[in-house]
Design a protein around this ligand. Sequence first.
Ligand code: HEM
Length: 491
Amino acid sequence: MLYLIPCVTILLLCYPIYYCLSTRHDIPGPILAKISPLYRIYMFLSGQGPLKYFHLHKKYGPVVRTGPNHISLSDSSLIPIIHDSKQKYLKSASYDVFSPLYRGKPIDTVFSTRDAGRNRRLKATLMENLTGSPVLYKSRIQNSVDVFIEQMRGIQGAPINMFDWSFYWSFDLAFALIFGCQLGYMEKGSDFNKWIGTFKSITNGAAILGHVPSWCPWTVGNDSFMSLMRRILPFPDPTHEFLQEIDTRIRDHDMQRQHRCGDSILCKILEGRSSQENTEEQHTQLISTIFECFFATAADIGVSINAVLYSLLTNQNAYHRLVRELRTPKQPSNPTPTENNPFFTAIIKESLRLHTPLSVPMERVVPEPGLQANGYKISPGMIVSISQYSVHRDREVFGLDAELFRAERWLEADPIALRRLNRNFIAFGHGSRICAGRELGMHGIKMFVASLLERFDVELAVAPAERPPNITMFWLQDHVGFWAKVKECDV
Ligand code: HEM
């Protein structure tokens, strides 16, 4: 009878594995992904998560299991279903890691909230302040670009770390938009208060942690844990310091009501606020809007101009054609060729297609009655995401050269093909949770790149074949170590 004990123990130990394999055998994927959520963390820890998802899709097809409850999809016909306009597919708990702690509690932002109604309310406030201010933001972008150009004049000829400088510019721009003055990264030529570096490390860590959101209440979502980290770690917490900065500025504004408010998004919001609106809930909403505006502008525009510049410098035909167009004397009939230049727009789209800024999967929860995807039934409650990396390289849509940079594909396509290209382009997301700042983002990228290339010849400081930049994909796709040289031209 004794021999029964080890047999029963083995059976008990094996049953969970058998259960996972047998009930989930229908959706293909690596065995480890079927039995453990750790497989997804393992893929992202390498800093090459999206590329690994792409390889999984090549091996297993358009529907791949990446975790016991997670499915990755690469069929673009599913984009409008998963990223629908009515928010039937809600964001998953992975977004909780992007809710900052304010007064000891995590606050929802437009980006992080999982509640559809709350998203609509927060987004309306944000959009009102963004779309209502194109004059404000265009002049702020221009001011920040002017400072950048001036700094480039001073350091031309020497290798410049474009990765760092793109973020000096975008962080200064974000601060200027919100508070009306730059923080001084460009002026000092360094990440002097270590916000940029620390922000990158925190978001990279959050991208990993987002794969196990149940840890969030014990870590980034926990005030005691974060306070302890701030005490023991030798670098600042930019989110905490930025939230304190907003509080200080609101207090200053409220105490000096009679003073004229500056020309900034914060002042615009504060001046439009009536005294009855000053409840705790509305105050938190205001904080969340400002926070979102700052970090989205600083991070996403910075990473996007890196993508565009890197694509241009590694594709000389596109670079020379764009430079020629930008330096052609402006016609009275078309005084703003930057905005009305289809080739320029095509270059930006092609760059963001191949170097998609957001690297983490945009996870959504499958609602009742489940999802039918390429012959597989995905149950309600399962978490699905469209692999941006894969749909951006779909050969049936982008052609056999889908993995190559070729901006002309956006200009040559007939209306039906162009609709397909656009449908497969999800660098700004899709549906009701599409990026709220895409117009501001596109303006920022265009004004930055155009101003730089109109005045300077730019080239890679080190040829990619000798020492390519290290492209890491955690939360964002970063071109770490992207060096360039600039030389003022005679135009
Ligand atoms: C130019 C570069 C930018 C890129 C590539 C980009 C990309 C994205 C993507 C992919 C999403 C969807 C995320 C998801 O569904 O999980 C998103 C959402 C969002 N973005 Fe951007 N973004 C950019 C610039 C900005 C700027 C400048 C702002 C300024 C306010 C902004 C604010 C937001 C907000 C608030 C959301 C959440 C929208 C919602 O959930 O309803 N973004 N962005």
